[in-house]
Write a protein that binds this ligand. Structure first.
Ligand code: AMP
Length: 141
């Protein structure tokens, strides 16, 4: 995988506002925050998307994500938060190194910024769904 800006942050070659670090994980404030306290949690492993990440790094992130979310909530006084994790250009991923966004949400929205979510559902077709669920199960076995 080619280097990204996050590789340089992990190596300490460019600065960041670090909030957490261990052997496998680094967390720092997003440089273009959608809200105050917008934090990125990344594996040190240079995987592009979540499906390419090792179980070890995924587990390490899973272990610390609740605590980091809690700390961001308490430090900012946010009332809620979103965890956003983009994989691939069509999913809005810009930095091709796995990262989890912790995006605080506030009762009184901060003017001029924020995360917008369009959630347009479609009707499920149960016959297709049954077939698709089997296909996914087969991939997992
Ligand atoms: P994504 O669209 O999911 O790939 O998001 C990439 C995120 O990385 C964006 O929210 C950027 O603001 C953030 N970002 C890019 N460069 C830096 C940097 N040097 N320090 C902190 N955050 C960054």
């Amino acid at each position: 995988m080619s280097d990204t800006i996050f590789t340089k942050i992990i190596a300490g070659e460019i600065p960041c506002h670090r909030v957490y670090e261990d052997e496998l994980v680094l967390a720092f404030l997003d440089i273009g925050p959608l809200a105050t306290g917008h934090t990125l949690v990344i594996p040190k492993e240079a995987a592009k998307t979540l499906d390419e990440l090792s179980g070890e790094s995924a587990a390490a992130i899973g272990r610390v994500l609740p605590g980091i979310s809690r700390a961001v909530m308490h430090a900012t006084g946010a009332s809620s938060y979103n965890i956003l994790q983009n994989n691939g250009a069509d999913a809005h991923q810009e930095v091709m190194h796995v990262h989890f966004h912790v995006i605080p949400r506030f009762k009184d929205k901060q003017a001029g910024a924020g995360l917008g979510i369009i959630w347009k559902t479609q009707e499920i077709n149960h016959d297709d769904a049954s077939e698709l669920a089997k296909k996914i199960r087969d991939q997992l076995s």
